[in-house]
Design a protein around this ligand. Sequence first.
Ligand code: FAD
Ligand code: NAI
Length: 466
Amino acid sequence: MSYDLIVIGTGPGGYVCAIRAAQLGLKVAVVEKRATFGGTCLNIGCIPSKALLHASHLFEEAAHNFAKLGIVVDTPKLDHAAFLAFKDKAVEGNTKGVDFLIKKNKITPYRGTATITAPGKVEVKAEDGSVQTVEATAIVIATGSDVAKLPGVEIDEARVVSSTGAIALDKVPGKLVVVGAGVIGLELGSVWRRLGAQVTVVEFLDRILPGMDLDVAKSFQRILEKQGIAFKLGSKVTGVDTKGKVSKVTVEPAAGGEAQAIEADVVLVAIGRVPYTEGLGLEALGVETDKRGRVVTDHYFRTNVPGIFAIGDAIAGPMLAHKAEDEGVALAELLAGQAGHVNYDVIPAVVYTSPEVASVGKTEEELKQAGIAYKVGKFPFLANGRAKANDETDGFVKVLADEATDRVLGVHIIGVEAGELIHEAAVLMEFGGSSEDLARTCHAHPTRSEAVKEAAMAVEKRAIHM
Ligand code: FAD
Ligand code: NAI
């Protein structure tokens, strides 16, 4: 069979690229080696983790916060099987949705592992060993990423787990040690803490959430500590001994020094993810990859081999589903002769804990490093009417604007619904808006969004409620 486009991998990058290309009239096929479409995000990433975060948040609300609202309930109990089934249903609903969209857009699916044997040729090996050759003018690598391994620590997905095991634990661990204070560690650490686990996070750096604004990260750490998560910063895990009933985790100061052993029922390794291109045949084809294993692409997602393109977690940039999706759309439009484009300066990032953390654009540290003069406007949720009414006052909004032009360069939020609030900042920045534009936009009262407006007003020291 011959196609205009064959996409390898059906994660948010791959399936979105395939759909957009089909909408534009291209004849499209996809190859997926997993039993269901949707990639890491829908099967073992974004969707299941958010279902568990949602359910565990409500559990904690019922256990500790309903009473102060005057709602009296019996102490909630966890039905562990139903808790996991809720997550599985969320995954099924979403992956079935992609099935439907693939059919609706008349995209031909191939099930199996793809190898690119030559430009324009893909071999698909099915689970039963049968092999089919598919031809296409353009081939898109959208094979995503895999868990980064910790040297000397074997992941068995039972006692020592990656995120994949951590979203399917068969009981709440008494003691959970999380290696890495990044997004996965803090989201999944929060899930199990809410259900009763004693959580200790070991982080190599002297801060949590590297890459996020430091002010926000410090405030977030204090909130998580108040919630009961313990942090060992500037520390590294050098081994996990699983011989006994309880595992012994060896922790050393990052700079070297005396080791300490801490106990864990479960250890979650969450030290990042690495691009996944195994078995694609890139070396034989001469497709260039960088030192971190990422496929090297130009501004148009072209690799160094004509006719082979790459998007998503397999290439440089933040490993985020929406970044992969936007690249998929842009590439499909470029292949159809349009002007596809991704603005990498405006890609929001959200940590879906309680409270949430959200960010778009430059952090203060990045602006300082780039020598850009900036103004800061900050507004606490403690002074926001809706936050006070709901008694959810943790956190703040911070707007960073260019000192000379007032153009908004970054917005950072910690607080309930920060992941929704960040998008008005993203739209503003996409249009090159200023803090003045945001400050003069009428915001409905009482909403948490008013804190975004007031932070923009605070840039010129004219916030009303502070
Ligand atoms: P993937 O989603 O990884 O999909 C790649 C697909 O390619 C897979 O299905 C794989 O089976 C298939 N494949 C690979 N090789 C082959 C081959 N040779 N032949 C056939 N098929 C192949 N991001 C967010 O933006 N928000 C979140 O809330 C979020 N939460 C996350 C939570 C967790 C626990 C994890 C692990 C990740 C999370 N992410 C989140 C990151 C997000 O999942 C990724 O950024 C996103 O899935 C990348 O999309 P992709 O299309 O590049 O690749
Ligand atoms: P991460 O890169 O966010 O964080 C990894 C952390 O581990 C860093 O703080 C790092 O300093 C630390 N670390 C590295 N080596 C270490 C060691 N040996 N000992 C102790 N600490 C060590 O990676 P994470 O959390 O695994 O997530 C992977 C990717 O998945 C992220 O890059 C993110 O893009 C994506 N993701 C996004 C989510 C979202 O958007 N809400 C949710 C979950 C994942």
